[in-house]
Design a protein around this ligand. Structure first.
Ligand code: NAP
Length: 216
């Protein structure tokens, strides 16, 4: 099983790192200041380690990008473009702007005909980015139990092998995978976070997820 690097010291990084550890993976979490992850490492067991973004990116056979959207391009640079080459990068980021929501609708710094993941893919052309975990809150990312059965995780990316790795992980994490195609589909997947957040900001309702349903 490939080792996992989780680039991100925030809540999403912690939830996903703990999820991978629960499923038996070795995990290194990355931060510009790894000392802030010391307490997490203490409690996370022998398969957990911490390092800089670059150390984590070297360590991981699969990378999870869980950093602030406005910092994602910088984080990719700090990982090292070469260290990401040929690897699956699960991109959980959303391009949330530093502006307050309007009537519960968060602002994005990207426009409708572009996406953050396209910017990241251009920055690291040999990395195999797969959008994943971006359209649900962190509390439901790992093995969610919801009425209505398994929810849908919308993914996209240019590399079929990387999307296969993402689907295998999502199977373990209790999700149905909906593959929306190539990197440009991130233009549609990233805004799902705006939709997902509205009930939260308007009614403090955060425990929901999307599900694709079909006839037949
Ligand atoms: N919160 C959720 O439930 C949720 C759900 C779905 C998707 N997401 C997305 O997941 C991502 C992570 O969210 P989060 O709430 O866990 O954490 P966050 O506060 O958005 O991001 C924290 C991470 O961003 C890094 N960072 C901040 N400024 C940076 C800079 N200038 N250069 C490089 N790195 C920088 C931090 O690095 P250091 O460790 O060095 O401080 C830290 O690792 C976001 O893009 C968010 O939109 C969040």
């Amino acid at each position: 099983m490939k080792k996992i690097a989780v680039i991100g010291s925030g809540t999403v990084g912690q939830i996903l790192a703990d999820g991978f550890l629960k499923h038996g993976r070795e995990v290194m979490r990355g931060s510009r200041d790894p000392s802030k992850l010391a307490a997490w490492k203490e409690g996370a067991g022998a398969k957990a380690s911490v390092g800089t973004f670059a150390e984590a990116a070297q360590f991981g056979g699969i990378i999870v990008l869980a950093v602030k959207g406005t910092a994602a391009e910088n984080a990719v640079e700090l990982c090292g473009i070469d260290a990401l080459a040929g690897k699956t990068v699960l991109d959980a980021t959303n391009p949330i702007a530093d502006a307050p929501p309007t009537n519960g609708v968060i602002a994005y710094f990207t426009g409708p005909n572009e996406s953050l993941m396209e910017r990241l893919q251009k920055k690291a052309p040999k990395a195999h980015f797969v959008k994943a975990f971006s359209c649900v809150g962190n509390a439901l990312m790992v093995n969610p139990v919801l009425e209505g059965g398994k929810p849908s995780m919308f993914i996209c990316g240019n590399d079929a092998g990387a999307k296969g790795e993402a689907k295998a992980i999502l199977d373990h994490f209790g999700w149905e995978t909906e593959d929306m195609g190539a990197v440009e589909a991130a233009r549609a997947i990233e805004p799902l976070c705006m939709l997902w957040c509205i009930p939260g900001f308007l009614r403090n309702d955060w425990m929901h997820a999307f599900k694709m349903v079909r006839k037949g």
